[in-house]
Design a protein around this ligand. Structure first.
Ligand code: ZN
Length: 128
């Protein structure tokens, strides 16, 4: 992923994943990538040696912890020929309910990709 890439940024909560799943099955490309990233992140947090931390605190996820209740997902704006990487970062239950969660996500984003300008998709059409 290049530093100056533009990203679409999604916040997905585990208790509201069904519309995303349905949209992905219906062929919505972004919903498909969001689901793929969430599945991959869940698999990784379930692996024995994998200690994945929350986006904005030191809560760790592992095989013995409950699955993360939310994920921040970055999808690079793509060109059809270019390989790109979708990132899903788990968020713990405490942070998922914080009022300043979006600020934390943008802060993380600036740190990970200093030149990127994430565009937060607040209400994707498939989230209805
Ligand atoms: Zn947290």
């Amino acid at each position: 992923m290049t530093d100056d890439a533009l990203h679409q940024l999604y916040l997905v909560r585990a208790d509201n994943i069904m519309p995303v799943m349905l949209a992905a099955e219906a062929g919505n490309v972004d919903a498909y990538y969001v689901m793929k990233a969430v599945k991959l992140a869940l698999e990784q947090t379930e692996k024995a040696q994998f200690n994945c931390m929350c986006l904005d605190c030191s809560t760790k996820f592992g095989p013995k912890s409950r699955p993360p209740p939310a994920f921040a997902i970055w999808i690079p704006l793509k060109t059809p020929t270019e390989k790109f990487q979708v990132i899903a970062h788990p968020i713990c239950a405490r942070c998922a309910n914080r009022d300043d969660l979006m600020n934390a996500i943008f802060k993380f984003s600036r740190k990970a990709w200093p030149k990127s300008k994430p565009m937060f998709v607040e209400h994707p059409q498939w989230a209805d």
